[in-house]
Design a protein around this ligand. Structure first.
Ligand code: GLP
Length: 248
């Protein structure tokens, strides 16, 4: 596992875009799994800028999203469908048929989970999985306690996550449930890149990097992965000790 600490959010975002762009250069038809939230916004901005300025092309790549709220139609302003169209998919040359976001509005959510997992398999598996991290250590919507063997499924969100994510919704809570790819789905990726920014992620990052590998800290599972990097800004790395806090 590699840990890189960058001075601030902008350099962390540019470094994340470098990893994506270099994967694309080596393998233009690469399969990516990507997150939502505030953390990856800088990376998406940077990738859009490189598409517009340097002709970075996503035309042959395939994208899967990590998760979606259950019960939200794909045109709901707080849906991850809308987030991705607005911030990334709608702004670069990605082929619409190579974009995959779980359908939170599917009439049979369980069947949708099976279908999604099957689509990932049919695409040949994920080459690079980019993750954010929740304040409680969640990755995707795999909350504390999620089995390391889990696959795409319907999950119940932690109360703390529902409160933190409430800003996107009317009322004081995000929806109760979501569809999330599983811990095993993530671990099966060829390479994993986790991004974290800000002091409110410092505890979760320290637990994932330096604590026990435990289902209570989903991101700690990544320590068993042979090719994983944590890309942190200084604030997110502030609770790390010693060699884990190597600056770059
Ligand atoms: C959200 C998403 C995760 C994301 C995390 C952190 O709930 N489901 O995929 O990584 O929470 O979000 P943020 O980057 O806004 O802190």
């Amino acid at each position: 596992m590699r840990t890189r600490v960058l001075p601030d959010y902008e350099t962390m975002s540019a470094a994340a875009a470098d990893v994506v762009a270099s994967k694309l250069r080596k393998k233009p038809h690469a399969v990516f799994m990507v997150p939502t939230g505030t953390t990856p916004l800088g990376m998406y901005r940077e990738l859009v800028a490189r598409h517009e300025g340097d002709g970075l092309s996503f035309a042959r790549a395939t994208f899967f999203n990590l998760d979606e709220y259950l019960g939200l139609p794909p045109d709901h302003p707080a849906s991850y469908h809308v987030y991705m169209r607005k911030n990334f998919y709608g702004r670069v040359d990605i082929e619409p048929e190579r974009v995959h976001v779980p359908d939170g509005f599917a009439p049979d959510p369980e069947a949708e989970c099976g279908r999604y997992e099957q689509e990932i398999r049919a695409a040949g598996g994920v080459d690079l999985c980019v993750l954010g991290i929740g304040r409680n250590g969640h990755i995707g919507f795999n909350e504390p306690g999620a089995s390391f063997d889990s696959r795409t499924r319907v999950v119940r969100l932690a109360e703390s996550t529902r409160r933190v994510n409430a800003t996107d919704f009317e009322g004081d809570r995000a929806p109760e449930r979501a569809i999330s790819v599983g811990m095993r789905t993530i671990s099966d990726s060829g390479e994993v890149l986790l991004l974290a920014s800000g002091a409110n992620k410092a505890r979760a990052v320290a637990a994932a990097v330096g604590g026990e590998v435990s289902e209570e800290v989903p991101a700690s599972a990544l320590r068993r992965h042979p090719n994983v990097s944590f890309l942190l800004d200084r604030d997110a790395a502030s609770a790390l000790e010693g060699s884990a806090a190597r600056r770059s």
